[in-house]
Design a protein around this ligand. Structure first.
Ligand code: GRF
Length: 207
C-alpha cells in the first residue's frame, strides 16, 4: 500500500502522568513516522501530560469539566477542540473520564485506547491488581478501538507479560508499561498506514 503524503493528525487525551503520550510524542517525532501528535487535551490542569506536550512543542489544551454543565456539554467541547485541530485519530492515554455515546459514535473507527491487561480479562480500573488478585500467570496490554462499552471495543493488538510470583502491583505495572510504550506507537503507525481493517468485530492487519 502506498504511504500517505501528509502525516496522520493525532490528538491525545490524557489525565495524568502521560508516559504513553510520551511514547507517542517520541515515536512520531521521527521524520519518517506517518503520524504527528497535533494536540494534547486534558481534563486536569496539572496533568504531567500537559507539561510533556509543552516540552515537545505540541499544542496543549486544558478543558475544565467544571466549566461545562454536564457530560454531553463537555464532550461537545472536546469534539470542537479536536475538529479545530483537524484531528483524524484520537488516542486515549490514561484519560479518566467516561465518554458519551454520541462522542464515541462521532469518532467511530478513529478512537483508540490502551489498557493494561489482555482484554477481555480485567477491564476497568486497576487491571494489574485485578490480574494479581485473580492469580493470572500471564497478563499484558491491549490497544483497541473504543466502542460504547468499557474496554469492550475491537482489539487491534495485544502483547503478553508474564506475572511473577513475587510481583506487586507496582512491579507488574512497570513491566506492562514497557510493552505499552512499544505497542501504542506501533498501532498508531499501522492506523496511519491504513493497514487496519475491521471484519465484524475482528481487526485484520494488512502485512
Ligand atoms: C496506562 O497504564 C494505560 O494503559 C491506562 O492508563 C495508564 C496511563 O499511564 N489506560 P500514563 O499516563 O500513560 O503514564
Amino acid at each position: 500500500m502506498t504511504a500517505r503524503s501528509e502525516p496522520l493528525r493525532v490528538g491525545v487525551l490524557a489525565s495524568g502522568r502521560g508516559s504513553n503520550l510520551q511514547s507517542l510524542l517520541d515515536a512520531t517525532a521521527a521524520p519518517d513516522f506517518p503520524a504527528r501528535v497535533v494536540v494534547v487535551i486534558s481534563d486536569r490542569e496539572r496533568a504531567q501530560a500537559l507539561e510533556r506536550a509543552a516540552a515537545a512543542h505540541v499544542q496543549r489544551v486544558w478543558l475544565d469539566p467544571k466549566a461545562y454543565g454536564d457530560r454531553p456539554a463537555y464532550d461537545e467541547a472536546l469534539r470542537a477542540c479536536l475538529d479545530q485541530h483537524e484531528v483524524e485519530l484520537v488516542c486515549l492515554a490514561g484519560f479518566m473520564r467516561i465518554l458519551t455515546s454520541a462522542f464515541v459514535r462521532y469518532l467511530e473507527g478513529r478512537l483508540v485506547n490502551i489498557h493494561p491487561s489482555l482484554l477481555p480479562a480485567f477491564p476497568g480500573l486497576h487491571a494489574q491488581q485485578q490480574a494479581l488478585d485473580h492469580g493470572a500467570k500471564v497478563t499484558g496490554v491491549t490497544v483497541h478501538f473504543v466502542d460504547e462499552g468499557v474496554d469492550t471495543g475491537p482489539i487491534i493488538a495485544q502483547a503478553a507479560v508474564p506475572v511473577r510470583d513475587d510481583d506487586t502491583e507496582t512491579s507488574l505495572s512497570a513491566r506492562i508499561l514497557v510493552e505499552e510504550h512499544r505497542l501504542y506507537p506501533e498501532v498508531v503507525r499501522l492506523l496511519a498506514e491504513r493497514r487496519v481493517g475491521l471484519v465484524g468485530r475482528r481487526v485484520v492487519i494488512a502485512r
